[in-house]
Design a protein around this ligand. Structure first.
Ligand code: C2O
Ligand code: CU
Ligand code: CU
Length: 544
């Protein structure tokens, strides 16, 4: 059953009842709540049912009384939420019913090369394609969006984006807020005209700095509000905007807890009064409403910060209202703030094999990486599978760039200026904010899938105008795995020099250990025969 539909029907049903029975039968407080609330009840994207994702133009009643033309996924903006348990397989048929090419990218989800949504895999109007791969990563709030060559900004702006939530049993058992206390907030800013059409018509300046809107749609809802109880809530924030950066906080300055970012839970909750969220990034926060009285309300907003840019409408850093929260009832549910989060292994910088420098610069009206613009035919660099690397972003320009590499999660190592890392920098990220004139170093290792992936700025106007690279994750030597009950036999070519067999309970991440048994040569192949004491081990070859 469609939650947002149910909500809307529920609301309509109530007002119909109001008309039928006469207002005098309703308790006065209830009546006030019904009539005094400006704006619109927050819509909640429904979970994907079935396995088709159909992208098509649609007219939706985003603003009451208006019909807005969008590009919807299964008729919804944002699209349906893909929700999978780690270990499950993701399978979907993507149907492109737009009148232009399309490909979808699963942002933050580690997908094999040809499933990842590289622009070269886009399909023509009217065509469809199949995606299928297993989910092998820790729980995280990921998302998906259009990634079409030169059309990413336009299509994402028109609505081709949704949440992709990975869950795992370990996270579920922590007792975090769930059900209607686990609320996704997909933040987008739009430029709506008097007819409430959200046309994508960037000027040259917009293309250079990014397309900034003047109205917020939170989960596709303008002037959104949510009725909450005095309990603990988990808000999953996704910045699905083309270019706008948010400094998310409560308008009364109260603190909340930052618990997760792009790559899932942080090593520990961090108390904050605001968090920075750049395009492409996700953050999860716990807000405790027990210090509010029933009847109080508070505004979740983007606080002002020094930004610049944006010649049309509110500039970068302008205050924006995200969600009005009405505290309507006593607490229900029994969620608590977990004292301990699951252990989070981290990379050791001294194990990095090399440092790669990326100079981000402005050249004329466009932004370049190492002096070049994207060429889909050119592979700009290659990375050996499994090597830990330091990537150093040197932003020589005056605009911020949220940098995103497909195919791996990373950790922020340092920021120039010698300052402390921000709370948002802890844990695993896939999109790293690089401020104007800043140098940021990250630790990154590609050990999920070999192949050609993209690395780009997630300011979508920057991306589309060429601030993107192809890179290739070079494959490790082929590893043949044969299982027979708890016996497993692994082999690889004798010619592969210097590779060592490692195993882990996680397919990606830093928890790999060398396999103690020494391999022997058997028929021109190194062979190791093991007995598995725990199920679901993963194996790989790595260069020590
Ligand atoms: Cu969300 Cu290549 O991007
Ligand atoms: Cu991505
Ligand atoms: Cu950029």
């Amino acid at each position: 059953m469609n939650t947002s539909r149910r909500q809307f029907l529920g609301r309509t049903g109530r007002s119909a009842a109001l008309a039928a029975v006469g207002v005098q039968f309703l308790p006065p407080s209830r009546l006030r709540a019904q009539t005094a609330r400006p704006g619109n009840a927050l819509r909640l994207p429904t979970d994907l049912s079935g396995d088709s994702l159909t992208v098509a133009r649609a007219n939706l009643a985003i603003w009451p009384g208006y019909s807005t033309e969008v590009s919807a996924i299964n008729g919804m903006v944002p699209g349906p939420t893909i929700r999978l348990l780690r270990g499950q397989e993701f399978a979907a048929r993507v149907q492109n019913d737009l009148s232009e090419p399309l490909v979808l990218h699963w942002h933050g989800v580690l997908a094999p090369e040809r499933m990842d949504g590289h622009p070269r895999d886009q399909v023509a109007a009217g065509r469809s394609y199949q995606v299928r791969f297993p989910i092998r990563q820790r729980a995280a709030t990921c998302w998906y969006h259009a990634h079409t060559d030169g059309l990413t900004a336009k299509q994402a702006y028109q609505g081709v984006a949704g949440l992709f939530i990975v869950e795992d049993p370990g996270e579920v058992s922590l007792g975090l807020p769930k059900g209607d206390h686990d609320v996704p907030l997909v933040l987008t800013d739009k430029r709506a005209n008097s007819q409430r059409q959200i046309n994508y018509t960037p000027t040259m300046m917009d293309t250079m700095s990014g397309f900034l809107g003047d109205v917020m749609l939170t989960n596709g809802t303008p002037d959104a509000w949510l009725s909450v109880d005095r309990g603990l809530y988990r808000f999953r924030l996704l910045n699905a905007s083309n270019a706008r950066i948010y400094k998310v906080g409560l308008d009364d300055g109260r603190a909340f807890l930052l618990v997760a970012n792009d790559g899932g839970l942080l090593p520990a909750p961090v108390r904050v009064t605001s968090v920075m969220l750049a395009p492409g990034q996700r953050l999860e926060v716990l807000v405790d409403f027990s210090s509010y009285a029933v009847g109080a309300s508070v505004l979740l907003k983007s606080l002002p910060f020094a930004g610049g840019g944006g010649m049309m409408g509110p500039s970068q850093g302008t205050e924006m209202d995200l969600l009005r929260l009405y505290v309507d009832r006593a607490a229900t549910g029994n969620a608590t703030v977990p004292g301990v989060l699951p252990p989070m292994p981290s990379y050791a910088p001294d194990q990095a094999k090399r440092t790669r420098v990326f100079t981000l610069a402005m050249s004329g009206m466009v932004h370049t990486i190492n002096g070049r613009l994207f060429d889909s035919q050119r592979v700009d660099f290659s990375v050996p599978f499994g090597d830990l690397e330091i990537w150093e972003y040197r932003n020589t320009g005056t605009e911020p760039h949220p940098m995103h590499a497909h195919g791996a999660l990373c950790q922020v190592l340092s920021r120039s200026g010698g300052g402390q890392l921000a709370p948002e920098d802890a844990g695993w990220r896939d999109t790293v904010f690089v401020n104007a004139r800043e140098t940021v170093r990250i630790l990154i290792r590609f050990d999920a899938h070999p192949g050609v992936f993209v690395h780009h700025c997630h300011n979508l106007e920057h991306e589309d105008s060429g601030m993107m690279q192809n890179f290739e994750v070079l494959p490790p030597p082929g590893l043949a795995i044969r299982r027979d009950g708890d016996r497993v036999s692994l082999s690889w070519p004798e010619s592969a020099e210097g590779w060592r067999l490692e195993s882990s309970s996680e397919a990606t991440g830093p928890s790999w250990d060398p396999v103690a048994e020494l391999p022997v040569i058997e028929g021109e192949r190194w062979t190791a025969k093991l007995i598995e004491t725990t199920a679901n081990r993963f194996y790989r070859l790595a260069k020590p």
